[in-house]
Every structure is written in C-alpha cells, then in structure tokens.
Design a protein around this ligand. Sequence first.
Ligand code: ZN
Ligand code: ZN
Length: 560
Amino acid sequence: MDNYQIADNFSLLAKLLDIHGENSFKSKSYASTAFAIEKLNLPLIGTPREKIATIKGIGTSAAQKILELLDTGKLASLEEIIQKTPPGIIEMLSIKGIGPKKINTIWKEMEIENVGELLYACKENRLKLYKGFGEKTQANIIDTIEFYQKSKGSYLYAQADAIAPLITDFLGKKLEGIRMALTGAFIQQEEVIHELEYVIAATAENIVKILLNTDGISLEERSENMLRYNSSAGIKIKLYPATQNSFPATLIRTSSSPDFVSTLEQEYPHIFDENGQDEIARFENAGLQYIPAALRYDASTISLAKSRQLPQLIQPSDIKGIIHCHSNWSDGSNTLEEMAKAAKHRGLEYLVISDHSKSAFYAQGLHEDKVSAQHQQIDELNQQLYPFKIFKSIESDILNDGSLDYHDDILASFDLVIASVHSNLKMTEEKAMVRLLKAIENPYTCILGHMTGRLLLSRPGYPVNHQRIIEACAANQVVIELNAHPSRLDIDWRYIKQATEKNVMISIDPDSHHTDGLDDTRFGVMVAQKAMMQPKQNLSSFSLIEFEAFLNARKKRKQW
Ligand SMILES: [Zn+2]
Ligand SMILES: [Zn+2]
C-alpha cells in the first residue's frame, strides 16, 4: 500500500464522518493526516514502525491506523462507517460541487439517499429551500449529475430523444447517401435506453472504413452482424450492416423481441424475405395489420394483427387538457396564469392545477387560507381566458395512515383531488397497500397519482400489488395516473392493460413544474401506446365538455 492509498483511506474516513455529522474535530484531524501523508517524501511502508508516530502531522492514534492499514490492508473504523452509509450517499461524493457537509443536509434533512433522487429534487426547485443551497448551487448540481449519469451509460427515453437527432445527423453526414434508419429499443419506445441502434445499408467493412478516425466516436466491438461504437456524447451507438434487399427485414428483426421474431419466422417467414419491399408492405402482404415497433415485444400481438383487432393507438394530438401540474403557489417555477396561457397556447382546452397540499412542507404546500386565495384567482383567470378553463385541484399527500391532507369541507371545494404519496417512501408492500387502498376508498380521491413513487434510473418504487390496486380503483371509480414525467412513467405501462380491461380510466398527466414540462405528456403517450391505449381510455383526452360531464357525474355519484 503506497502513501496515496493510505491518504485516501484517511480522507474518505474524514468525509464520511462529516456526512454523518459526527465530531468535526475528529474529521478535521483525519483530513489533515491525509494531507500530511500526501506530502511525505518517504514511503510509509519502508519507515520503521516506531518512527511513524513522530512524523510531523501524524500523531499516535493516526500512526496506529497507518499500521493497521499496512498490516491488514483495511481500516476497521472506515469499514464500519461505510456499512452505516447508504451506497447512494457515498456515490454523491463523486459529484463535484457538493461536499460532505452538503451531503449531510441532503441526506439527513431532505431525506434524499441517491443521486437520481437528488437530481429530481433539484429539478423540482426543492434544494434552494435549504441553507447553503442557492439557485446557482442547484443549477450546478443538475449539470454535474446529468453529466455523471450520462457517463454511466443509461438514459431516460427523453434524454435519448434529445440526443438521437444529433447522432442521426452526425452519422448521416459521414455515411452520406447510404440508407440508414433508427431501430432497437429507441423506436420500441422503451422508457430507458442504453444505446442508439441503426440499420445501415452497407457492409461492416465499409462502415468501419468510413468511420475510421472520425472524431467523436470510436469502435468498441465488432462482429459479423453488428458494430458498436463509443460516442463522445456518452451514449453507445450500435450499427447493423444490411444490404438494400435485407434492410427492411433487418429493421424488423432489430426492433422486435426475440419471441416476437421467432413467432413471425414460424408463421410468416416471407416477412423476412430479401426482396426489398418496405416494412409496411411486408406486413400487408402477409395479411397482417402493420405492427409498429412499440408493440413488437409480445408475440400475441401477431394474432391480434391477423384478425385486424389492433386498436387505433393514442397519439400526442389526442391530449386535450393538462391534468396535474404545479404553479409557484407551491413548488412550480411559473405563475398560474403563465401555466394556463402556455396550455392554451398549445391548443389545449383546460388545465387542472394541482399544487401540493399542506403536509408537503418541502414543496411549500398550500395551507387552507392559500387554497381559498388560489380558488379566487382561478375564478378571475377563468373569466379572462374563457372558453379555456382552469380546474381547481390539489395534489393531496397520502399521509402515513392513508388519510388525505385536509378536512372534508376543504377537499369538497376542489373540482377534483389527486392523491399521491410523497413521504416515507420506504415501505413494505403491506404498509403501502394499507395506505393506498385507504386513499383510493376516500370519496374525494379522483386520481391516484404516480402509483409507486419510482424514479427511473434512480429509485425503485415502493412495492405494491398492482392487481389489488386496480380492483380497488375499479370498485371506487378512481382514475389511475400515468405520470408522464420522463423520470416517472408511473403506473408502469406493463400494468395498464390490466386496468383498462377492468374499465379503470387512465390519465396521462405531465406533473409539470414549469411551462416547458407541459410537453412531457408526449412521453406518457409513448409508453401508453405500448400498452395499446386508446384515446377513450385516457381522461386527459376528454374534451372540456366531456371532462366537465365526467366531474359532475362523479360528484353526483359520490354525493358531495
Ligand atoms: Zn407528486
Ligand atoms: Zn405533482
């Protein structure tokens, strides 16, 4: 073990003590020991053991630790504190700009335990509420984390969606005149993307030759049917060489699950003929409805296409209103008026404003007096913006015992209530179910918000029994949100069919905290398509008139 490694151990120990908010005298002394060791000219390993304690900057107790490291390669006190620290907290140390003291606040006060949650909190403007965290720090942390995450190789669909046109453009210029098309997970509209994949009408040799010595990409792996490149954008690029004739078949193969491909191969082998016809013609000639890449994961779709039962999938243009968004009445960045005008400007018919409820102190949730003040403003704006309409809503915290955050008379003052869990997310399934089922049974709950609390690439949701939740929502006529924030996409689309089969309505909601976020509904639509959702199954596809009728019928039914 060399001096630098020894110093690193002391330095990590000092940082972890600060993160835990322990005795700062101790952490300072370890930090200065680390500093002293780094400056030494002689290797500690060759220094007589009894002399170590006499070296400047190293005392008896540090000397003991150094000997422990030299003898065992480990430091028991460091191991012990690592054991007590969530891995996500230790990971935060690799983010420049947030030192141990800030991490202590993030962990202990904000109850954030990993990098992904931290990023989400920054984007919701939550950090700047704490001492020592200004707007600038918040913006810096966002930049650093985004960079950090990219370098780890996984991307939210929305991030890949922003990079894909740049990469396509870049490759298009290099491979000028050669036919190419995006394929793989990206066109299958997966919620997390690990690489951008393309079919290229050229041989592997040719592609390698053309892309040789190109700035920004480097060949990482090569086989007969595939080339994988690293890109300076971070995301990996996978290329499938093809001929003009095999191009459409390669496109179908590389944008389908193995199960889907093998069923097609068995039942409709001609789809893979090398005859140059395009993708759509191939399905038609096989007597099948065209199956878009988003649906090429489950082989049972093929029999639906055979009997022409594939439904008309919901499209971004089928969204008629914004349900679930925040203004600067709570933790949003824009005023209510700006949010409403931005929705109106997008050709939408209504906006359901659902700021946070009073328990959400981190998000400046609304106390009762603010609720009525906001309602007054909504009434005024509605006169101005007619026929566009703002609906009065709240994103009410589902409290620990499953109750909602206000008395019934306040809850009754809203046009609709969205109930979501925001606190104590670490729950067993049993606990989560008690909480959620009670909230679903509350007569004021209209929509169950982000059902599992997951944040893609950063936090798994709390465990739930989807089937029982869906049944409870069916019994209580509660709508299940498909939260369209690219980090959430919660309810997971894989459960949507179960819900729609039970006539449970889904609502594709952006949960936007700023005007730009209104466009996130698109990402909800992308995954809803995978679940074969139709516009009539989505609440936010209701026209203003239909939406009002829905709310009135609901109020009558629930008798309030
Ligand atoms: Zn929420
Ligand atoms: Zn929200």
